[in-house]
Design a protein around this ligand. Structure first.
Ligand code: SF4
Ligand code: SF4
Ligand code: FES
Length: 535
């Protein structure tokens, strides 16, 4: 007897309404996939799953839905596999180690049936392994940091006690000679503000660099000495500091000649950056200026082009030097303009800017030039050339700034007073062969400013410091300067490319001189490759 036979009419009505409500709830909402199988939702699910008769007037047995549920699981698994799994099932290959898997597994390159070769050796051979300890034995300053240094404050320059001294492996190789090296190092504690010039003396192999000597001092004499280093081979740019007041890379500076001369150099932190401790400076101002240059390529499109873009060697030559920068900050340390104006972009950042302005793939050069021509930009450089002199990688940041200036004028970005000044130099040289200084102020700063400075200008004229404006002084061979101007224009040598070509021409002349060819020889002409050195 079915249970429904004893139900009254109102009870049947209520169950019907409940069933309809349950079916409505199970219906998927429009536009979104159902999260659960609607066929498995209902008031009588539990009864049907147990294959009991449904409660109701029909008194029918529940439908077996196991097949439908299985079909649903299979379909969902298949769709997810196609959408999510990017690779075929690894299968038996998964049991092999990663490297031989490609050679012996299902993704092998050989045809089916080709005989297998022995697996590639993952380890070094015995003889090769024996070479390694010899090659690394006694390498400079091999301080075993991990496990030997005590864990201290998380601060990157925290070396609070002598108990961090560790054993040094910087030992002279058998048969090598040693030198006695003395240094005076400016010690500085930012917390107390105490400053002290301390002298250190160490015995070291004759090939040591300044960085090796600092390692020896830190390892053997004073573990609290703080300085930065990483690569030890002039790549990372970490170890910039001053020796006798001039910025150097410590890992590039050999100590042999200095020690032999008896000189005791003074080591101090880099200039123009706040000192954190001893020889460690805060590089945040440096990096914020680099970021302000937008140091990334802007190719001018969102989607990559269908064909790759080939950049010629000549185009890459324009930024060859700028691309060598390792961000050591040595140029910033010595920049005179930054000393008087800490907001000046500085040589490193502007060299980075030129690296992108000169890149043939970048399409934002005019926008960049406008940024670099702003206040504290390229025209605030005093042209002292200290940055060129101190750069350890030959980037020549001052030359990069000159290229930015030339490119700005070529592209018509000449609103800054510095650009107007440079343009008047060219105009004056072209028209008279001389610099007409009396016209420089009105042409650069404007007539109002010139009138305000009349008294000063008359004083200069009285003392013979400036020539009278009339009649204009014209050079006897002014036609030569005009020819030069026209040649540059005709050959398109204005802008950054002209400066690069000038650098290369100078390089060729120097090369010819070294090869014993006089630069007055007819072979050495502009644009003509001089004869190369013999042998
Ligand atoms: S040449 Fe210019 S950028 Fe270079 S150090 Fe001198 S002022 Fe600074
Ligand atoms: S331009 Fe030279 S000195 Fe300046 S950060 Fe780059 S590598 Fe260092
Ligand atoms: S340690 Fe990397 S440049 Fe000197």
């Amino acid at each position: 007897m079915g249970a429904g036979e004893h139900d009254g009419g109102s009870a049947v009505f209520d169950r019907g309404r409940l069933r309809a409500r349950a079916q409505r709830a199970a219906r998927p909402s429009r536009g979104r996939a159902a999260l659960v199988d609607p066929r498995r939702i209902g008031l009588d699910d539990a009864r049907e799953l147990r294959r009991l008769p449904a409660r109701g007037p029909d008194a029918e047995a529940g439908r077996d839905r196991r097949n439908a549920a299985r079909a649903l699981r299979a379909r969902r698994r298949g769709r997810q596999g196609a959408g999510v799994q990017q690779r075929p099932d690894a299968g038996a290959r998964a049991r092999l180690p990663a490297r031989p898997r490609g050679q012996h597994g299902r993704l092998r390159h050989r045809a089916q049936g080709e005989p297998r070769r022995p697996r590639t050796a993952v380890r070094l051979s015995g003889p090769r392994r024996r070479e390694l300890p010899t090659a690394y034995a006694g390498h400079a300053g091999g301080r075993p940091a991990a496990g030997r240094l005590e864990t201290r404050d998380p601060d990157e320059v925290a070396t609070p006690g002598k108990d961090v001294l560790v054993h040094s492996e910087l030992a002279p190789a058998p048969g090598s000679t040693t030198i006695d090296v003395a240094l005076k190092i400016w010690r500085y504690d930012a917390e107390t503000g105490e400053k002290e010039l301390k002298r250190y003396e160490v015995e070291a192999p004759d090939w040591v660099t300044l960085l090796d000597v600092l390692d020896l001092i830190k390892d053997k004499q004073d573990g609290t000495l703080a300085y930065r280093k990483s690569c030890r081979m002039m790549i990372c740019g970490s170890c910039g500091m001053r020796m006798d007041g001039a910025a150097v890379l410590a890992c590039k500076t050999r100590m042999y000649d200095i020690a032999k001369s008896g000189h005791v150099p003074v080591i101090s932190p880099m200039g123009n950056l706040p000192v954190r401790k001893d020889l460690v400076v805060d590089m945040d101002p440096f990096w914020s200026k680099i970021r302000a240059m937008k140091p990334w390529l802007d190719p001018g499109y969102e989607e990559p082009a269908e064909k790759e873009r080939i950049v010629s060697q000549q185009q890459m030559n324009v930024i060859h030097k700028e691309a060598l920068c390792i961000m050591c900050g040595c140029c910033v340390s010595e920049c005179n303009s930054m000393e008087s104006d800490p907001e000046f972009f500085g040589p490193a950042a502007l060299a980075k800017g030129m690296r992108f302005v000169g890149d043939a793939r970048d399409q934002a050069d005019v926008a960049r030039l406008n940024d670099y021509n702003a206040e504290h930009g390229i025209w605030d450089c005093t042209r002292c050339y200290f940055c060129n002199e101190r750069c350890p990688k030959g980037v020549d940041p001052r030359d990069a700034i000159a290229k930015l200036g030339a490119e700005s004028i070529k592209q018509g970005v000449d609103h800054d007073m510095g650009a107007k000044h440079a343009k008047w130099f060219v105009t004056s040289a072209k028209t008279t062969g001389w610099l007409r200084e009396t016209e420089l102020v009105p042409k650069t700063q404007g007539v109002v400013s010139a009138i305000k400075q009349t008294k000063f200008a008359l004083g200069l004229a009285r003392r013979g410091k400036v020539p009278p404006p009339v009649p204009p002084h014209v050079a006897a061979r002014v036609d030569e300067s005009r020819k030069l101007y026209n040649l540059v224009k005709e050959q398109g040598r204005d802008g950054a490319l002209g400066i690069v070509q000038g650098e290369h021409a100078l390089g060729r002349i120097e090369f010819a001189e070294q090869a014993g060819v006089k630069t007055s020889d007819p072979e050495v002409r502009p644009g003509v490759e001089p004869p190369h050195a013999e042998g």
